[in-house]
Design a protein around this ligand. Structure first.
Ligand SMILES: *Cc1c(COP(=O)(O)O)cnc(C)c1O
Length: 339
């Protein structure tokens, strides 16, 4: 496969148009057969449900080239399932899971020249999403929807290696109990923008949200789950209002089955933070971003792993998961999806 003439090593994390997107329309109560399109714009009513009442959900995954030259995606079945669940929560007709996976295959195949080569650190980011496309003025679900998948090549999230981040305990709330924190919806991001801009202005990389009901327990950041290391233990948050990160769930498996760690998924009180040795944020984009320091309204919690590099156990987790993704380490059954 002839690749595009792109300086893969210097790609940023921004949008670049590729050759095709995938589109399927929901009309008269059903999804049509779907197709590839070269039109990277969307024309909808000014009164579309997505524009007026934010009726939209999305996913994010990556395609990349393995060490032996295969084009693959990582666990797209879990993205299919999560988009399905997100859609149901917003009264969006869910897109069939088997069709989601085939649409990912089709659109990546059509853009194979944009899948970065092995070793470049870059990947083809895949963004599936659904939105209410018909007009809505009284508050109710739209009648028509569009499912699309856009792809765009992105560089490594952290150029020159991941430096530990300093994050703050958020002043705002992210997700209410029984709210929408567990689904991947644009609305959860819209309301986080003010908080993130403020955090950046104060010199922090991210907000770590406590639970909204009591503000005594760790939840997650605006776009990543949080993981902690304590001795041989891998500790993550259990909460009905966090997004079930595929990276975090994969890391739990890696910790237990590849590194022989004990995995705990449970409530984490803020008062326990000083007891951890390492901390990281996990998500598709960066896999793991190490956290060196958490600031809780003036009180600094500095992890022993320090501010210079990833902690040793976080590094092992990172190397093992990226090794599995890139085909250097044998993957568990069903994790690597061949395009
Ligand atoms: C997408 C997302 C994550 C990360 O999920 P992955 O499946 O690992 O990419 C974590 N938290 C939130 C709020 C998210 O939207």
């Amino acid at each position: 496969m002839e690749k595009q003439n792109i300086d893969w090593g210097n790609l940023g994390f921004g949008y670049i148009e590729t050759s095709k997107s995938y589109v399927s329309d929901f009309r008269n109560g059903e999804w049509d057969e779907g197709r590839l399109t070269s039109d990277h714009t969307v024309t909808i009513s000014e009164c579309a449900g997505v524009l007026q009442y934010a009726q939209t959900v999305f996913e994010g995954l990556k395609a990349y080239t393995t060490e032996d030259g295969r084009t693959v995606a990582f666990r797209p079945d879990l993205n299919a399932e999560r988009l399905y669940n997100s859609a149901c929560r917003l009264e969006i007709p869910p897109f069939p899971k088997d069709r989601f996976i085939e649409a990912v295959r089709e659109v990546v195949k059509a853009n194979e020249s944009y899948v970065p080569p092995y070793g470049s650190g870059a990947t083809l980011y895949i963004r599936p999403y659904i939105f209410g496309s018909s007009s809505v003025i009284g508050v109710k679900p739209a009648e028509e929807y569009q499912f699309r998948i856009l792809t765009t090549p992105v560089g490594p999230y952290f150029k020159g290696g991941a430096k530990p981040l300093t994050i703050k305990i958020a002043d705002f709330d992210r997700a209410a109990p029984r709210g929408t924190g567990h689904i991947k919806a644009g609305l959860n991001y819209a309301m986080s923008l003010h908080a993130i801009v403020q955090a950046h202005n104060e010199g922090f990389a991210e907000n770590l949200y406590p639970d909204s009901a009591t503000r005594t327990k760790v939840e997650e950041t605006g776009g990543a789950n949080v993981i902690f290391i304590k001795g041989n233990k891998f500790v993550t948050v259990s909460s009905p209002s966090i997004l079930p990160s595929i990276t975090r769930r994969s890391l739990e498996y890696v910790a237990e089955h590849y590194l022989g760690m004990e995995v705990e998924e449970r409530e984490i009180p803020l008062t326990e933070l000083p007891e951890f040795e390492e901390c990281g944020l996990c998500g598709t984009a960066a896999v793991i971003s190490p956290v060196g320091k958490i600031v809780d309204h003036g009180r600094e919690i500095c992890f022993p792993s320090g501010m210079d590099e990833m902690g040793p156990t976080t590094k092992k987790l990172y190397d093992t998961l990226t090794g599995i993704q890139m085909g250097r380490i044998e993957a568990p059954e069903g994790w690597i999806f061949e395009i």
